[in-house]
Design a binder for this molecule. Structure first.
Ligand code: 5GP
Ligand code: ZN
Length: 112
């Protein structure tokens, strides 16, 4: 499959991995929008949040678990933000479900 994040999962494209289990991979974003910017993805290819179903929804809990574990590992005690862009209006550029974990700066709200 011609999917960038599937290639990162298969190690066909190198990445700086911070967390890996049988189900989830997390790595540093190539174009960081905060001092800490990590991408958390399921190893199973799901195209976007809009493709979450009754059958595959357990993976989202594992993605949140990854965020919590990474926050402990990287000492993000001051807080962080999780973002999941979906579709054109959501600004999604890679069509494989992912969370952005952003930290180590004060983040504006609403995001704009
Ligand atoms: P989206 O725009 O779909 O919400 O997020 C995709 C993210 O993937 C972007 O923040 C972008 O910087 C990141 N990204 C795109 N290509 C690569 C890559 O080859 N390696 C890494 N580590 N991140 C990438
Ligand atoms: Zn994929």
């Amino acid at each position: 499959m011609d999917c960038l994040f599937c290639k990162i999962i298969n190690k066909e494209i190198p990445s700086n991995i911070v967390y890996e289990t049988d189900d989830v991979l997390a790595f540093y974003d190539i174009a960081p929008q905060a001092p800490v910017h990590i991408v958390i993805i399921p190893k199973q290819h799901i195209s976007s949040p809009a493709d979450i179903t009754e059958e595959n929804c357990n993976i989202s809990g594992k993605m949140f678990l990854a965020a919590s574990e990474i926050a402990k590992k990287l000492n993000l005690e001051n807080g962080f933000r999780i973002v999941s862009n979906c579709g054109e209006d959501g600004g999604q550029t890679v069509q494989h479900l992912h969370f952005h974990l952003l930290a180590k700066r004060s983040l504006a709200w609403p995001p704009g």
